[in-house]
Write a protein that binds this ligand. Structure first.
Ligand SMILES: O=C(O)[C@@H](CO)OP(=O)(O)O
Length: 245
């Protein structure tokens, strides 16, 4: 038995504005900072004590982990970071308004780009103001690994090596692992854990700032899972699903 906790970052400045974000490195909103701290308090109240933390390379996940750990009096925990936990790269949609995109391209195309398993948005140009092509944090990453767009399937493919190589060994050693990441990188992990079909994953949304606890068996398959605040999670899931409407 091992415990895994997934935490989507708190509300970001671009979540508030309704913009496609992806790899653009926006900060948390003031409400997002509070959500992150509340996430930490929920861990404390539930008696869930992580031994190690993983985050993406993006500020909103890094700060969420930090604020949650501070609230749980666990700032001293070891933290590991990887681009493999980054949000899905949203391609040429990065920086675009979700409601405007929906109005321009129609409901069906909007939802295909947003939630289909294998339809990526158009790729972003290297000189686009919202491209991460020249971002120093990816300088060590071979060019062929740096995405210009991603569908969820691409995220599953780049996230799973990190799951198997970095997270599973810690679970195997009996550690409780906290992963602070993003709506779509966590959808990729939940798809894997819960064995959700390519079609059904379109209907899964992850709320910001509410820890999702998994108990895993010796094959790292869930024996149980649930949000630490199920009522708040249900309302927040609905809000994510309705973005762009
Ligand atoms: O814009 C994004 O990067 C993501 C998460 O905020 O949005 P969506 O939920 O539409 O995939």
């Amino acid at each position: 038995m091992a415990t895994l906790v997934l935490l989507r970052h708190g509300e970001s400045e671009w979540n508030v504005k309704g913009l496609f974000t992806g790899w653009v490195d926006v900060n948390l909103s003031a409400a997002g900072e509070e959500e992150a701290a509340r996430g930490g308090r929920l861990l404390l109240e539930a008696g869930v004590r992580p031994d190690v933390v993983h985050t993406s390379l993006l500020t909103r996940a890094i700060r969420t982990a930090q604020l949650a750990l501070e609230a749980a009096d666990l700032l001293w925990l070891p933290v590991e970071r990887s681009w493999r936990l980054n949000e899905r790269h949203y391609g040429a949609l990065q920086g675009k308004d979700k409601a405007q995109t929906r109005a321009e391209f129609g409901d069906e195309q909007f939802m295909l780009w947003r939630r289909s398993y294998d339809t990526p948005p158009p790729p972003i140009a290297d000189d686009d103001e919202f491209s991460q092509f020249a971002d120093a944090r990816y300088a060590g990453l071979p060019k062929e690994l740096r995405p210009k767009t991603e569908c969820l399937k691409d995220v599953v493919d780049r996230m799973l090596p990190y799951w198997y190589d970095s997270i599973v060994p810690q679970l195997a050693a009996g550690k409780t692992v906290l992963v602070a990441a993003h709506g779509n990188s966590l959808r990729a992990l939940v798809k894997h854990l819960d064995n959700i079909s390519d079609a059904d994953i379109a209907g899964l949304n992850i709320p910001t700032g509410i820890p999702l606890r998994y108990e895993l068996d010796s094959d790292y398959k869930p024996t149980s899972s649930g949000y630490l605040d199920p009522e708040a999670a249900a309302a927040a899931i609905e809000a994510v699903a309705n973005q762009g409407k």
